[in-house]
Write a protein that binds this ligand. Structure first.
Ligand code: GRF
Length: 207
């Protein structure tokens, strides 16, 4: 019998508490999950998610963007080197609060995904829950998408919806969406890591 194909090695990029990162790590512990979480990288020294990753025994790294004097590409080259050294195949953005240059995005095209707390193409950018409340929508949610140079504009791999309730404020809505994020992201990562979803000519193709 031939040996099973090696699972893609995933690097998760975070800037904060890392609750999505934890949900991905926990999902990847299940037998048969088609990816291995090999690295958690933060651009913020001391980000809460780094300690959580260490508790799981996952390699961590910090590349502080502030050390690069606003030279975004130099910062990304430093991150890219850490990803290369750790033999990362797939990059997963999970609350990573830096906008990538086209250079980095092209380098990881089709191999980098993000989770965004809205039903894209609605409510790009920040404060998505506030945007949803102000727009008066009755349905909100989250999207996992391939990353393309334009912010929050990449082809959507999967979405999850939640109702918006009359008594909602930003916090209650964010909490309801976050529960769905934690369920959605591992499913979407499994699709991409197994090759069942791929970016082809700027669109998501299912196989
Ligand atoms: C999540 O809501 C994610 O969708 C957004 O930032 C938040 C990060 O939360 N991009 P966490 O760090 O994963 O807990």
């Amino acid at each position: 019998m031939s040996a099973p194909a090696p699972r893609p090695r995933v690097g998760i990029l975070i800037s904060g508490r890392g609750s999505n990162m934890v949900s991905l790590v926990e999902a990847a512990q299940a037998e048969g999950f088609p990816a291995e979480i090999a690295l958690v990288l933060s651009n913020v020294p001391g980000a809460g998610g780094l300690d959580r990753a260490k508790e799981f025994g996952i390699a961590t790294a910090t590349v502080d963007h502030r050390a690069f004097n606003r030279d975004r590409e130099a910062f990304e080259r430093a991150m890219d080197e850490v990803l290369r050294v750790n033999q990362i195949d797939l990059v997963v953005l999970a609350g990573f609060m830096r906008i990538m240059t086209p250079w980095f995005v092209r380098r990881w095209e089709g191999r980098m995904i993000n989770i965004h707390p809205s039903l894209l193409p609605l409510f790009k950018g920040t404060h998505t829950h506030r945007q949803a409340l102000e727009a008066g929508v009755v349905e909100h949610g989250c999207s996992v998408h391939f990353v393309v140079p334009e912010l929050d504009a990449g082809p959507v791999i999967m979405q999850a919806k939640v109702p918006v309730l009359p008594e909602d404020d930003e916090d209650t809505l964010a909490s309801r969406v976050l529960v769905q994020e934690h369920l959605l992201y591992p499913r979407a990562l499994a699709e991409v890591a197994s090759g069942r979803a791929a970016l082809v000519d700027g669109a998501v193709v299912r196989r």
